[in-house]
Write a protein that binds this ligand. Structure first.
Ligand code: PMP
Length: 439
């Protein structure tokens, strides 16, 4: 719109749509957008309320983040109380209670031995920091040649340059960048079931590349945006053993899997494995604020600090934002005070039952559920517009991508909510069977 908006005046839904389509990038978006974004006016519990009056049951948890649902009174209060103290202050030379409280809680719930917490402002940055920690560690040890990362194919670790370099290099969403990214080392995608030959080959690769490899980085148990694939937790033990034998650090990216989503507090807990470095984000603040963290062992903290730089060379402006940390601490306290294990087990049951009818569709090649994650995999890429329309018509909010229709609803979802979400998933899948054009 060319009209100037008077300061403070409310925008109409039409104005929002026009300004949005004219000026605002959306994730992986284009100008003009292929389809306008829905205007969401408010959200509470599991519901998104649209400007046109429709109400949708949220299947996405705002991309894994909103585990307690929207407008939880405890989180709302934590944000308000912190607002009355300070919303932000620089973290160089200053500290505050929200950061201390959240750091203590994080070191308590993460695997034993992760002691040092770096507060980052997004998941991608926390992965950048993890990569830098690993490289700086080996520099401090006089091994600057160990600067590459080893990962398995099919992964996704974020959209900035470092994380993109460890995303799936072949056909993944960042493969167009492969010629300008740091060159990393790739192992095949782990099969879903345990295969000793896979482990053997992984170890051979690791031992051959150990002189150049700073760390192995993987998404434990679930490869998320790279394909929503699950694998046997024994691969994580095998990685830990191989890393120890060959002098390579182990990084777990728990940004999607952390805080109960897989049925354990962290995916690492399924294998009883402690990584040297761990990234968390998304659900860290219950989806309220942009905050992530990279944790590492005390040994790494000491070694990095003894190196030539005298410390870890990273320090964002909004590091440990007090509002975000206050809500993060409240979210974590809320999580551990509730019977989240039963809630996630109920999600698993509800998703499994609700998705069963998908098996009968001719275009469905797999249906899989783990904890609070449900996935329908199709035989061809979805047309995102018609698949989303079908889900919305069935009352659910979903964001299908490639061949995947998937959900990770808030833990507070009721059986009725889950029936709506799984119904929307099956409807979205069915819409593609009825001649939805691949997009
Ligand atoms: N790692 C994983 C496993 C993720 O799922 C994501 C987010 N999709 C990221 C990293 C990047 O996090 P962010 O989008 O907050 O930068």
């Amino acid at each position: 719109t060319d009209e100037r908006i008077p300061a403070g005046a409310a925008l109409t839904a039409r104005q929002i749509t026009e300004i949005d389509a004219g000026h605002i990038w959306h994730p992986y978006g284009a100008f003009p957008p292929s389809t306008p974004s829905l205007v969401v006016e408010s959200a509470s519990g599991t519901r998104l309320r649209l400007a046109d009056g429709r109400e949708l049951v949220d299947g996405m948890g705002s991309w894994w983040a909103a585990i307690h649902g929207y407008r939880h009174p405890v989180l709302d209060d934590a944000a308000r109380a912190q607002l009355d103290r300070m919303s932000h202050v620089m973290f160089g030379g200053l500290t505050h209670e929200p950061a201390a409280r959240l750091a203590q809680l994080l070191t308590d719930v993460t695997p034993d031995g992760l002691e040092q917490v770096f507060f980052a402002d997004s998941g991608s940055v926390s992965v950048e920091v993890a990569m830098k920690m690993a490289i700086q560690y080996w520099r401090s040890k006089g091994r600057p040649g160990k600067h590459r990362l080893l990962t398995w194919r099919g992964g996704y670790h974020g959209d900035t340059m470092g994380p993109m370099s460890v995303c799936d290099p072949d056909g993944g969403m960042h493969s167009m960048w492969s010629d300008v990214l740091p060159r990393q080392i790739f192992a095949p995608t782990p099969p879903r079931d345990y295969d000793p030959d896979y482990v053997l080959n992984l170890e051979l690769l690791l031992s051959a590349q150990a002189d150049e490899t700073a760390a192995v980085i993987v998404e434990p148990l679930v490869q998320g945006a790279g394909g929503m694939r699950f694998h046997d937790p024994r691969y994580l033990q095998a990685l830990r053993d191989a890393c120890d034998r060959h002098g390579v650090l182990l990084i777990f990216d728990e940004i999607a899997t952390g805080f109960g989503r897989t049925g354990r507090m962290f995916a690492a807990d399924h294998a009883d494995v402690r990584p040297d470095i761990m990234c968390v984000g998304k659900a860290l603040t219950g989806g309220y604020m942009t905050l992530a963290a990279t944790l590492c062992t005390a040994e790494l903290g000491r070694a990095i600090s003894a190196g030539e730089a005298g410390g870890l060379m990273h320090g964002p402006t909004f590091m440990a934002n007090p509002l975000a940390c206050a809500v993060g601490a409240a979210s974590l306290e809320l999580l551990v005070s509730r019977d989240w294990e039963t809630e996630v087990a109920d999600l698993e049951d509800g998703l499994t039952a609700g998705l069963a009818p998908a098996w009968d569709l001719p275009n469905v090649v797999d249906v899989r559920v783990l904890g609070g994650i449900g996935v329908i995999e199709l035989d061809a890429p979805v047309d995102m517009v018609s698949a989303t329309d079908a889900a919305v018509a069935a009352g659910g909010w979903l964001r299908p991508f490639r061949t995947l229709i998937y959900a990770m609803p808030p833990y507070i979802s009721t059986p009725d909510d889950l029936a709506t979400v799984t119904g929307a998933m099956v409807a979205a899948a069915a819409s593609q069977a009825q001649g939805g054009s691949p997009g």
